[in-house]
Design a binder for this molecule. Structure first.
Ligand code: ADP
Ligand code: MG
Length: 454
């Protein structure tokens, strides 16, 4: 019996213990066959549409919870009826799959729209991704998603793939990282198996190419990808691309391709604001398989304020705090979170900052620029003539050295981290609308850079 069949039998055994005899025999007793495993889903054959719907509506989350518990890693179940299954011969033949290392299970089922937390920074990207998933090939082709590392590009892209497969299990969704594409192309070219290459990449419905910028140096691969793009595009097959830069910035490394990317729709993902980061932490807490589902708000706030630019790091920090408090039997407080995160924060500080004295220097450059005293810059006076320079100094220190808000607060007369955070976000916002502020900040930054070079 294969692993998934075995897993299903174990789940059935648990369900039998959970439900009454009547429910069990009515709903679950005829579900013995696992049809296949693909895309991180185990497909089980349901005897009728009625049973399929009933299970999907009422029991699926229970089944998936049991699967996680028994299997140890996330795996999802899906129920299908005989009529939904296309005979295997019409799909890519199995031998071919093997020789090509074609893994239809190349999507990670945990990346879904449901668990993608939406905020200002990713709202548009999210909406467009949903539209594309709803009507592949029809609304925006290609969809080009760009943003810095760790902000959710891969998650969103795979959510599109998972959603499409949820609607129709026979859709062929191919996810590749651009380096995987380069490797496949080089291998098959060497072995003169271009037919196989084309079979793998052209006989699909949806192509998801992650981190396209990696293809920058590979001109031959780019030409092949260009051909592939045109073939798929011509057949209205949906293409989704991610990158760390907008297409316009890739022009010098992939000229021909960027013009293709620009025919579709470009969306970007920005750094989430504090509120959004806290929401992400809350959602991760709910899904964590640990016993702790509740952390005091101030601790969440502390974590979210310390990890700003990368959601992967933010998640990592949360896990670290949970683990630290659990194993050391500590209450969740800012102090214990700080202890847990100290090693991470220390390396962050080291790599980001030069030395403490530079903070003093930034403060004095800013106060010189605005012709106020250092004392007033740091002090408590609430006159606007002091507040703006104070906020600018905080903002510059944050952007240059990325130290925790709390630490910055300590440089400004022990202000608390939420004050500093609010100041930084305000300046960040105002800069977008106020050219004279932009000019001032640029000038100050130049002065600081000149000083640092000395
Ligand atoms: P990228 O591809 O942009 O480098 P990823 O998609 O790999 O980033 O995201 C990094 C991590 O952060 C993943 O674990 C992902 O699930 C998580 N993540 C990113 N954005 C969100 C979001 N909006 N909501 C929930 N989790 C997110
Ligand atoms: Mg990625």
């Amino acid at each position: 019996m294969n692993t998934y069949n075995l897993l299903w039998q174990r789940i059935l055994a648990e369900l039998e213990l959970t439900f009454s005899e009547e429910t069990f025999s009515e709903v679950f007793s005829q579900l013995s066959t696992v049809h296949k495993f693909a895309n991180d889903h185990v497909y089980v054959l349901a005897p009728s549409e009625f049973i399929k719907n009933r299970i999907s509506r009422l029991y699926l989350s229970k089944i998936n919870d049991l699967a996680l518990k028994l299997h140890g890693s996330p795996i999802r179940f899906k129920f299908v009826t005989e009529s939904e299954i296309v005979p295997e011969e019409t799909l890519i033949s199995p031998e071919r799959n093997l020789s090509l290392k074609y893994r239809p299970g190349n999507l990670n089922a945990t990346y879904t729209f449901d668990n993608f937390v939406v905020g200002k920074s990713n709202m548009f990207a999210f909406r467009m991704a949903m539209k594309v998933a709803d009507q592949p090939g029809a609304v925006a082709n290609p969809l080009y998603i760009f943003g810095d590392v760790g902000l959710g590009k891969t998650h969103l892209m795979q959510a599109i793939g998972n959603y499409i497969l949820d609607q129709d299990i026979n859709k062929k969704v191919l996810y590749v990282k651009a380096d995987g594409f380069i490797e496949d192309f080089a291998n098959l070219l060497k072995r003169e198996q271009m037919d196989d290459f084309n079979a793998k990449y052209r006989d699909i419905d949806i192509l998801l190419v992650d981190d396209i910028q990696i293809m920058g140096g590979a001109t031959k691969t780019q030409m092949e990808f260009f051909k592939l793009f045109d073939v798929l595009y011509g057949q209205n097959k949906q293409i989704v691309i991610t990158s760390d830069k907008p297409a316009s910035e890739l022009k010098n490394i992939m000229t021909r391709l960027t013009s293709r990317f620009e025919v579709g729709l470009t969306v970007d993902i920005q750094v989430p604001d504090l509120e959004h980061r806290i929401e992400i932490l809350k959602r991760k807490l709910q899904s964590e398989s640990s016993d702790i589902h509740d952390i005091p708000n101030e601790v969440l706030d502390f974590i979210a304020s310390s990890f700003v630019t990368n959601i992967r790091e933010l998640e990592g920090a949360l896990k670290r705090v949970l683990f630290y408090c659990l194993t050391n039997n500590l209450d969740m407080t800012i102090e214990s979170a700080n202890e847990a995160l100290e090693p991470l924060l220390k390396t962050k500080r080291k790599s980001d900052s030069l030395n403490e004295n530079n903070y003093d220097k930034i403060q004095s450059i800013v106060s010189d620029f605005y012709q106020i005293t250092l004392e007033d810059l740091i002090g408590k006076k609430r006159h606007s003539k002091y507040i703006l320079p104070r906020h600018i100094a905080m903002y510059i220190i944050k952007t240059k050295y990325n130290i925790p808000y709390k630490t910055i607060g300590s440089l400004f007369g022990d202000r608390d981290h939420s004050t500093v955070l609010a100041a930084c976000e305000k300046i960040d916002n105002d800069l977008k609308q106020d050219p004279s502020l932009r000019l001032a900040v640029d000038t100050i930054n130049k002065k600081i850079d000149t000083f640092n070079k000395k």
